[in-house]
Ligand binder design. Sequence first.
Ligand SMILES: Cc1ncc(COP(=O)(O)O)c(C=O)c1O
Length: 277
Amino acid sequence: MKREELNHPTVQGNKLHKLKVNIQEAKRQQKDTLLTFGGAYSNHIAATAAAAKQVGLKSVGFIRGDELALTPDKWSPTLKRAHQNGMTLHFISRSDYREKNRPDTLQKLQQAFPQAYILPEGGSNILAVQGFESLMSDIESQCPDWSHLYTAVGTGGTLAGLVTFAKFKSHRSILGVATLKNADYLMPIIAQWILQTTEQKPVNHWHLLTQYHMGGYAKKTPELFKQLTDFKNTFGIDLDSIYTVKMVMAFYDQLQKKLLKPGSKIVLLHTGGLQGN
Ligand SMILES: Cc1ncc(COP(=O)(O)O)c(C=O)c1O
């Protein structure tokens, strides 16, 4: 397991990599604020607030669920901590939230917050993808003969970043475990990010596994919690209940089904998310 949950105390796991180049770009554009979107338990909201504070930027979060606006006592620990880290929170209805990626919505938002650098939900964009070079080179040097690399997938930026910077040999593959139901729509998005950042054509070297969503995004099942507890008891490593536990379950399932050949060198990427626990 590549323990990226240990890479930073507050901007943990894949978030450190996804935010890095975006923050450089925000500074280059002389913006003074990071503005982004997320749900009440979003790791990305938590990480953006913490990262902005650390680098001296302001932060603004548009949060799904306008019912929370008048009930701060019902805020999740994620929102409370983001607020403590200086994030200004705006609560919007679910229907408004669905409009967040529309060009006209983004344009209005940019006009309302001219000094803001806007990051999409989950923080995935082409600069986030570019942030995975150092992680991939760590993996190459720490486990030079890796054959399989597993990662959890939400929006797909992390998978795209790993594929972009991996050195592919014939026997190598990167397996992204989708945590949302019906995640096939992510395939062309991920493929496009990869195409935009690398000359190599890693077509057959990455796969999106869509059968391990365990009922859907953020669904809590006894099976998930059993895996989480067993993993902790066996290895002393905490997993999160939305992303990394599904990645581990996918790995065990493939192992049991003998889809991994003897002699494989398998890396499981711990992408963090422990603030959500
Ligand atoms: C802990 C954790 N792991 C994995 C992912 C998936 O990353 P991505 O959205 O880049 O696919 C996320 C979501 O961003 C996450 O918070």
